[in-house]
Design a protein around this ligand. Structure first.
Ligand code: FES
Length: 221
């Protein structure tokens, strides 16, 4: 299983507060509002920070595998593979590994184990895919058993104990996260896992307005 460097949420929060305070003093409340409520259109983002999109192939997050597509045969029941989406941005192939929310968990479950509220149409051959970034303060979750909630395979956050049930739409089973992990609809095509769209719900660290705006850009592409 690939190890992953997590963000320090305290540092991120402190940095945000420092920036916000400095901006208020130096430039005034209007500028602060633009930081808090502004919409970052997709074309201002570098390609590797774009949202996953329909047609993106999921590739190993493990640097040693050098962006190779995750093979169906490598996804075993009871194990997970960590991946990034790889797709065309402006005509070039890009691994979208520039933001933590784009690191994905590919999990495989036995027939019939995946249940609502998972978007079942977005699963294929027992495979379901979620963002790996915790919805509380953005740490990277680890997939393991969580016996106290009777979960064989849960996404568990090492920072404050958030627990997500990956068989039920990554619903919050324990701890402080305010929302489920964001699912990505996929299909298995030619032995590879291919995104059929972007996140089905708001992932971490993006506003509703930014998400809507970036989704609109994807539709135009
Ligand atoms: S960052 Fe707090 S529970 Fe995940």
């Amino acid at each position: 299983m690939t190890r992953y460097m997590r963000q320090d949420p305290e540092l991120t929060r402190r940095k945000f507060i420092n920036v916000a305070m400095g901006t208020t003093v130096g430039v005034g409340a209007l500028s602060l509002l633009s930081i808090v409520g502004g919409v970052k259109p997709a074309d201002t983002l570098t390609p590797e920070k774009r949202l996953p999109a329909k047609g993106d192939v999921l590739v190993y997050a493990d640097a040693a595998k050098n962006g190779a597509p995750v093979a169906l045969a490598d996804i075993k029941e009871g194990q997970v593979v960590y991946a990034f989406p790889k797709g065309k941005v402006g005509g070039a192939d890009v691994v979208k590994n520039g933001l933590a929310r784009n690191q994905l968990i590919i999990a495989k479950f036995a027939e019939g184990q995946i249940k609502a509220p998972t978007d079942l149409a977005g699963t294929d051959q027992g495979i379901v895919v979620y963002s790996r970034q915790c919805m509380h303060l953005g740490c990277a979750v680890e997939v393991k058993a969580y016996p106290s909630k009777n979960l064989q395979e849960a996404a568990v956050c090492p920072c404050h104990g958030g627990v997500y049930d990956m068989t039920q739409g990554a619903r919050v089973a324990d701890g402080p996260p305010p929302a489920p992990l964001a699912q990505i609809p996929i299909k298995v095509i030619g032995g590879q896992v291919v995104a059929q769209g972007t996140f089905l719900s708001l992932p971490y660290d993006i506003t509703e307005a930014e998400f809507a705006s970036q989704k609109k850009e994807l539709e135009k592409a």
